[in-house]
Structure formats: C-alpha cells, structure tokens
Design a protein around this ligand. Structure first.
Ligand code: ZN
Length: 87
C-alpha cells in the first residue's frame, strides 16, 4: 500500500495513541512509554508499536494513521518505539 496522503502529523497520532494502554510495557493513559534520547529537538515522548495497535483496535486512530506510523517505523516489532520525530 502506497501512502499518498497523510491527513495529520505523527505528533497528533502519537497523542491519540497515548490514550490507549500499552500492551508492551503497561504504560497507562497519557503516560509515554519512554522518552527517546536524541540530538537536540529530536527527543521526546515515545510510544511502543503495540500501543498503536491497541489504539487502532479501540478506534482511537484511523487506518490511515496506522499506515503512517508503520511507514515511519520501517522494520518494526511490537517493542519498536515511535515518537513524533520518528522518520
Ligand atoms: Zn509501551
């Protein structure tokens, strides 16, 4: 599947995914899974791939949102961390 349009940014998708509980690490609503290290400005709250799957199941994010996350992740497992700056 080729993504030709991403309706909204990864940051917004991450914010909605944060409403779901994470099946990977057990982080609850509104609590990030991790704070990603990185060069200035690239760090920030990160969320496990498993959490996006849970959010998708719960209807918190759309299929298009999920596709954008998967595209940003590249190769991934349930434990892969996605943050708004993941590219
Ligand atoms: Zn997690």
């Amino acid at each position: 599947m080729r993504i030709t349009e991403i309706a909204r940014g990864l940051g917004a998708v991450c914010a909605d995914a944060a409403l779901a509980e994470c099946g990977q690490c057990g982080a609850g609503s509104h609590i990030p899974c991790t704070f990603a290290p990185g060069p200035a400005g690239s760090g920030g709250p990160g969320y496990h791939m498993a959490r996006f799957a849970a959010a998708r199941r719960a209807g918190l994010i759309s299929a298009g949102d999920m596709a954008a996350v998967i595209e940003a992740a590249g190769e991934f497992t349930a434990a892969t961390v996605i943050s708004a700056s993941t590219r």
